[in-house]
Design a protein around this ligand. Structure first.
Ligand SMILES: [Zn+2]
Length: 404
C-alpha cells in the first residue's frame, strides 16, 4: 500500500527524474572520456623538469622557458581522446618495437657485409669515407641508402639534406648532413637532437676510398638512429626531436661543426650523440660518456644512467667530465654552450666511480679495414642503443602511444 502510494505516476516527475538520470550518466561518461592515461606520467614530467633545469643552466640557448606547457597527459588527451584507454607507455613501446634483427641487418648493410639495393641496382657500401660518398663513387652509396630507407618511414617534408662546404688543402668540398624532424606538439621551439656520424675512414692501413667498413665506428650509432626513426615515425613528442646523421666526423667533426654553425639560432636543449659502442671483449657491459663541464650536459648523462636503472639494462658507464674525449661530435655543441654528451664504448683508460674501473676495452680495429660486424658484441651494442633511445623519449617528452 505504502509502496503504491509512493509510486510516482506524475509524468512531469518521471521526465524530471529521467533528465537528472541522463545528466548523471553523461557526466560519468564525460569524466571517463576526459580521464587521461597515467602511465609513466611521472617519468615524463620528471624529464620535463630535468630539461627545464638544463635550460636554466644554459641561458644562451634558452628561448621562452617561461612558457606554461600542458602536461604530457593533457597533450595526449587532446590528441587522442577517443582511444586513450589503450595508450602504451613509450618505454614499453620501445621495448616491443626496437628490433635486434633490424639493428644487426643495418650494421651489415652499412659496412658492406651484405648488399643493398639502390635505385634497383644491387651494390655494396664498401666505404663511407666522406670524400668517396660525395664524389658519387659506386662503392660509397651510404647517403643514398640512408635516404631511401628513411623515406620508407617518414614523409619527404620531414627529411632535410643539408649541404656544407669543407675547405681542405685542395679546395672546397660539398658534403651533406641528413636530418629527420619530428615537430613538437607542445613546445616545438625546444629542440632535442639525437645524433650519430655516418661517415667512416681507415687511417692506419688500407685506402679509405676503397674500403672503410666502419661497422663499429659508427655503424652501431647509425643502426640505432635508423631504428629510432622507424619507431619515432609512429610516435608524438612534446618537444621537437631531430634525428641527425652527420658526415665529415672523421675529418675533424666537419658535419657537426657545420650543423652547429648553420643552426646557431635554434633553441637546442639537449644533444645525445652515439658514436662507436660495439666492443665489449671483457664482458663487463661498461661504456663511457663524454659529459664535460656544462651542467646541462651532466643532466643528460644523469638521465641516461637513471634510464639504464629504470629499464634494468644492466649497463654501467664511465662519466668523464674534465677528461672527456674532445674529438667527437658533442664537442661542436660544447663550443657553443649547448648541452651535449657522446656515448662510446670503453675507449679511454680514464674512469669514474661505478664505471669501468680503469681498464680499456676498445675495438682492435679502430680506423682499420677489420672494423667488421664479426668483432662487434651485438647484445651490448643493442642495449646501449636502447638506452640512448629510451633517454631521448624523456628528453623529448614522448607521449603515450595509441596503437593504430
Ligand atoms: Zn666515430
Amino acid at each position: 500500500m505504502k509502496a503504491n502510494k509512493n509510486k510516482i505516476r506524475n509524468p512531469f516527475l518521471i521526465l524530471l527524474i529521467s533528465l537528472i538520470g541522463i545528466g548523471v550518466v553523461s557526466g560519468i561518461l564525460l569524466l571517463t572520456h576526459l580521464h587521461t592515461p597515467t602511465i609513466n606520467k611521472e617519468a615524463v614530467v620528471e624529464a620535463m623538469v630535468e630539461t627545464e633545469m638544463m635550460q636554466t643552466n644554459t641561458a644562451p640557448t634558452t628561448v621562452g622557458k617561461e612558457t606554461t606547457t600542458p602536461t604530457s597527459s593533457q597533450a595526449a588527451a587532446q590528441q587522442t581522446p577517443e582511444t586513450q584507454e589503450t595508450a602504451i607507455d613509450p618505454a614499453v613501446y620501445i621495448e616491443n618495437e626496437f628490433s635486434r634483427e633490424n639493428f644487426e641487418t643495418a650494421i651489415r648493410q652499412l659496412s658492406g657485409d651484405i648488399p643493398v639495393i639502390i635505385d634497383g641496382q644491387e651494390t655494396r657500401i664498401e666505404t663511407r669515407y666522406s670524400y668517396a660518398m660525395f664524389t658519387n663513387q659506386p662503392n660509397a652509396k651510404a647517403e643514398e641508402f640512408l635516404l631511401q630507407t628513411l623515406r620508407q618511414w617518414v614523409p619527404e617534408n620531414q627529411i632535410t639534406v643539408e649541404p656544407y662546404v669543407y675547405v681542405d688543402g685542395m679546395g672546397g668540398n660539398t658534403w651533406y648532413n641528413l636530418i629527420v624532424t619530428f615537430p613538437g606538439t607542445v613546445t616545438p621551439q625546444e629542440q632535442i637532437l639525437f645524433t650519430a656520424h655516418y661517415d667512416s675512414c681507415v687511417v692506419f692501413e688500407g685506402d679509405p676510398m676503397v674500403s672503410a667498413p666502419g661497422a663499429d665506428d659508427n655503424g652501431t650509432g647509425v643502426a640505432t638512429l635508423l631504428e629510432a626513426v622507424r619507431i619515432f615515425s609512429t610516435m608524438k613528442f612534446e618537444r621537437t626531436l631531430k634525428v641527425i646523421f652527420f658526415s665529415g666526423e672523421e675529418n675533424f667533426q666537419q658535419g657537426s661543426k657545420a650543423y652547429a654553425e648553420q643552426h646557431a639560432n635554434d633553441n637546442i636543449t639537449a644533444v645525445l650523440n652515439m658514436d662507436m659502442f660495439g666492443t665489449d671483449k671483457d664482458g663487463d657491459r661498461c661504456f663511457e660518456m663524454y659529459v664535460g663541464e656544462l651542467p646541462g650536459s651532466q643532466k643528460i648523462a644523469d638521465l641516461l644512467l637513471q634510464t639504464i636503472q629504470e629499464n634494468r639494462l644492466n649497463l654501467k658507464a664511465d662519466y668523464l667530465v674534465s677528461n672527456a674525449y674532445a674529438k667527437a661530435d658533442q664537442k661542436s655543441f660544447w663550443d657553443r654552450n649547448i648541452p651535449a654528451i657522446t656515448v662510446m664504448e670503453n675507449f679511454l683508460p680514464d674512469y669514474s666511480p661505478g664505471g669501468c674501473e680503469g681498464v680499456t676495452d676498445r675495438t682492435d680495429f679502430w680506423h682499420l679495414p677489420g672494423d667488421k660486424i664479426e668483432a662487434i658484441n651485438l647484445e651490448y651494442a643493442f642495449d646501449i642503443g636502447k638506452a640512448g633511445i629510451l633517454t631521448v623519449l624523456k628528453l623529448a617528452g614522448a607521449i603515450p602511444v595509441v596503437p593504430k
